[in-house]
Write a protein that binds this ligand. Structure first.
Ligand SMILES: [Zn+2]
Ligand SMILES: [Zn+2]
Length: 646
């Protein structure tokens, strides 16, 4: 037996026999480490704890609680689910069972649908298997032998996967007597390591996400390292359900999706349109104040444009079908960039004209499969607050600082206190999959890094996650119930300037290629609207609220005074309405409260006589009588400050 050297994360080295497993090593370090160990990282790769190490390697043991082990932990819980299903429902066929951002799922194929009661039974069985501490055992199977075996078991879908993905020899994992699955691994060592999980729902899912394929039943669940984390998450889910923008959108009469018009196409009703107009006006005003030029561009263009931009090829799947017109073939735009490029290119640019910042609330159309659309969050037509910046290398860092500073202002303005920012970089050119020169990548990545330093932004660097055409920074916001939402993106592009031959005349009198940056801060206006709706749980701050105050006369007798008050509010520029229905005032208050109107102004004899209103706030309740002028002054100040207080 030969000796090998294992390097641990603290830099210490150990000489061990070849074939030692990470678990052996963990045991030799401490009993506690071995007990808590979930998975090992050997030479940067996650592997099972019992996988022998055959040559010199670096080794890290990931234990319970380590966020990097969570995906393996959740995927292992998916196996546990499948093993329980096979125990209870023999003959069920297996699809895939990956971890997701928030948990895991497994796809099953059987004729009978699973019921909510089945879900409870399955979960109970999972706990039994958990307590039995079954090992996740890995075995290697030659491809031909495996194909034969799965074919005999009737697992045709698995055969398809093995045909596509397996090498000459592939790994399989067993769990208990019935479950075996073709899987790359790794997994936690045994079921007792999984401490907290819950099955959540069942949904239909097509094999490989393609509606032409067989439909299976997808069981969703989630798993956490501790009971406490699981309970927090379940509470967040409950809260999210209450805030679901699709439900609130209907209750508050803000927007709809119309069956007759088609899925993924959004209709903003008057109240929703009011909020949207304010969002858009704010964005346009900010752009102008920050030196952007506003433009408008068409919604369709000849396919020739999309061929030049490259979208005709690599983006074809996301575009709507082509239209044959008399003179040529046309396509709906999935992006605004080529249009802004055409404006840039329409005249000769000198370095003195740069930076050119073109901004547009541009509506784009992208084809999404019918199964994946979701309220305002995933749609087929949406409006980006899109801008493209063309500049010189000397200007780029300041431009990025401006973009990111602008993005932070968006967060601040809408009351988001926390965010996360990620910088996606290239691989240094090793794979050859990235466009652009090393000089361009270095310049751009440095500009992004320096800009973050100048703004004091915490940033996480994700290597090798950039788009092929350039590095980017993504800003994600944290909403009122702790969820992360992708919001702003500042994205470099080395490809489009080359494809369109963009130029400017530099100080040396020669043509140079400008740098190009795409940036969207809301991302999609529709989606941002949805995020705000959920963040505020429908109670938009006063400056955004579609109706800021409603005047409620106690009886018909008070109608003339109520009308007079309403007029004064409206003349002061407030969005005020009068509820003159023949209903009891308490009923009207309840309704205004449900509609989340910030202020309810009750007027009766006393108020009419004194020239006051009795103010009721949706959050704080009764605030006493106030002179109309005083109320107007106070609310106007809140609006001007875009305050989230009231
Ligand atoms: Zn697996
Ligand atoms: Zn763009």
């Amino acid at each position: 037996m030969s000796e090998i050297t294992i390097t641990l994360p603290d830099g210490s080295r150990q000489s061990v026999q070849a074939g030692t497993t990470p678990l052996d090593l963990a045991r030799s370090i401490s009993r506690r480490l071995a007990d808590d160990a979930l998975v090992a990282r050997v030479n940067g790769q996650l592997v099972d704890l019992c996988q022998p190490i055959e040559s010199d390697a670096t080794l890290e043991i990931l234990t319970l609680g380590n966020p990097e082990a969570l995906e393996v932990y959740r995927h292992s819980t998916a196996h546990l689910l499948a093993a329980a299903v096979l125990d209870l429902f023999p003959g069920t066929r297996l699809g895939i069972g990956p971890a997701t951002e928030t948990g895991f799922f497994y796809d099953f194929y059987r004729d009978e649908p699973f019921t909510p009661e089945d879900l409870e039974k399955i979960e109970a069985r999972m706990w039994e298997l958990q307590r039995a501490d079954l090992p996740y055992e890995r075995k290697l199977t030659p491809k031909e032998e495996g194909l034969k075996k799965y074919a005999e078991m009737g697992e045709n879908l698995k055969c398809e996967l093995i045909e596509e993905k397996a090498g000459e020899v592939f790994s399989e994992y067993t769990l208990g007597p019935k479950f075996i699955d073709f899987c790359r691994g790794p997994h936690v060592p045994s079921t007792s390591k999984i401490k907290a999980f819950k099955l959540l729902s069942i949904a239909g899912a097509y094999w490989k996400g393609d509606e032409r394929n067989r439909q299976g039943q997808r069981i969703y669940g989630t798993a956490f390292f501790t009971r406490k984390e699981l309970e927090d998450y379940l509470r967040q889910l409950e809260e999210a359900k209450k805030r679901d923008h699709r439900k609130l959108g209907q209750e508050l009469d803000l927007f709809s999706i119309q069956e007759l018009a088609g899925p993924g196409l959004i209709f903003f009703h008057p109240k929703g349109a009011t909020v949207r107009r304010i969002l858009e006006d704010w964005m346009r005003d900010q752009c102008v104040a920050r030196g952007y030029s506003l433009v408008y561009t068409p919604h369709i263009a000849r396919s020739d444009l999309w061929k030049t931009s490259g979208h005709y090829g690599f983006y074809a799947e996301n575009m709507f079908k082509r239209m044959e017109l008399d003179d040529a073939e046309y396509q709906l735009k999935p992006m605004n960039c080529p249009f802004h490029i055409l404006i840039y290119q329409d005249r000769l640019r000198s370095y003195r004209d740069l930076p050119v910042r073109l901004s547009e609330l541009g509506t784009v159309y992208r084809y999404e499969r019918s199964g994946v659309m979701h309220g305002l969050m995933r749609v087929r037509g949406f409006t980006q607050d899109d801008a493209h910046i063309f500049c010189t290398p000397e200007q780029i860092e300041d431009e990025v600082v401006n973009c990111l500073g602008f993005a932070l202002d968006v967060l601040h303005t809408f009351g988001f206190e926390q965010y996360q920012a990620e910088l996606s970089t290239w691989d240094g050119g090793a794979s050859g999959k990235y466009d652009g020169t090393p000089e361009q990548w270095n310049l751009a990545e440095n500009a992004l890094k320096h800009a973050c330093e100048r703004l004091n932004m915490q940033i996480k660097v994700v290597p090798d996650e950039a788009a092929f055409y350039g590095p980017k920074i993504d800003v994600k916001l944290v909403d009122a119930i702790g969820r992360l939402w992708q919001l702003s993106t500042v994205q470099f592009d080395f490809t489009l300037p080359r494809r369109f031959n963009l130029e400017y005349i530099a100080e040396d009198g020669k043509p140079h290629q400008p740098l190009m940056v795409h940036r969207a801060l809301y991302g999609s206006v529709e989606r941002f609207f949805g995020i705000l709706l959920e963040h505020y749980a429908g109670a938009f701050p006063v400056w955004l609220a579609p109706v800021q105050a409603v005047v409620l006369p106690i009886t018909d007798r008070h109608l003339p005074y109520a009308q007079q008050v309403t007029r004064r509010l409206q003349e002061a520029g407030l969005r005020a309405t009068l509820d003159d229905r023949k209903e009891k005032v308490n009923f009207k208050i309840r309704e205004a409260q449900l509609q989340k109107v910030p202020y309810m102004l009750v007027v009766g004899d006393r108020e009419a006589e004194a020239g006051t209103v009795s103010v009721r706030n949706r959050k704080h309740g009764d605030q006493g009588a106030k002179a109309v002028d005083v109320f107007i002054q106070e609310i106007t100040q809140l609006i001007a400050a875009k305050s989230t207080a009231e």
